[in-house]
Write a protein that binds this ligand. Sequence first.
Ligand code: PLP
Length: 327
Amino acid sequence: MNRPLPNKVELGFLPTPVSELSKLSAILGGPKILMKRDDLTGLGMGGNKTRKLEFILQDALEKGCDTIVTAGASQSNHCRQTAAAAAQLQLECHLVLGGEAPNVANGNLLLDQLFGAHIHWAGQHRKGEDIPQITDKLIALGKRPYIVPYGGSNELGAYSFAHALKELDTQIDTESLTHIVFASSSGGTHAGFMLGKALLKKRVKVIGINIDKGETDAIPFDKFIVNLANKTREYLNVNINPFTDNDLMLISDYIGEGYGVIGAAEKEAISLTAKSEGILLDPVYTGRAMAGLIDMIRTGKLTRNDNVLFWHTGGAPSLFAYAESLS
Ligand SMILES: *Cc1c(COP(=O)(O)O)cnc(C)c1O
């Protein structure tokens, strides 16, 4: 390994706790279920993007940038955590959000505003298509913008989840885990887990539940994740085999009506977890991933012999913005 590992700026409260969901497990008659509480990373109401931003914004600081630009859906958890991090580091923050300005801001959007982010509405473009023109304007104004990619899913973002797996390894006996299940959407978390698993030589199956059809992506999502894992491997210059499609476990059976459309399965998963454990999931990501986990237990794909960890990636602030679909 001849490249030094990336540095990070501290933004979250780490390590996040691990709890056992014994009541949910008993209700389902299923495996032991542990939960890694990345909803409690602490930055601006928490979530998985905090880990990515620690490495990405360190890079922005090292490059002397003073303005952060990123993109997402109007209820993006990534944008909310970026806005909070930028406030903490006293950087200007520009968010390019899909959709139109609502009459009343709620959920993550309300928080974006409280953190002082500048919002640019981009209509159909929720994946940052408008970033280049906005960045050009910022440069013309004399700013030094730094672009955080969609979902924070570049090499540094992915590396943060290899790092997170190492954190988990100090907390529990990861050898006894059979599966890690989580919501996968822009691919950084997933690529990072693949990398971490290879670096730590773990047997655990790393299963992403695909939550987004990703129809607008230039390359298919499964290829994107494997590419990112390989790019990160090259970036870190670590001595592990290149990843192939066979290393990827991505389940796309639970996308339902598409991104952010809440169905009966998500509603059930959110309410079951809330009532049995007093833990809040979110409607777009973790609610869907938990619905997938519940279905895999009910259909016998996961049994009492398994030992599963659900990685809670955050998102609960958007519950309020989806009140009409959830109540
Ligand atoms: C962004 C996000 C994910 C997905 O993580 P990716 O690294 O983008 O795949 C999952 N859950 C929540 C709550 C998120 O905000």
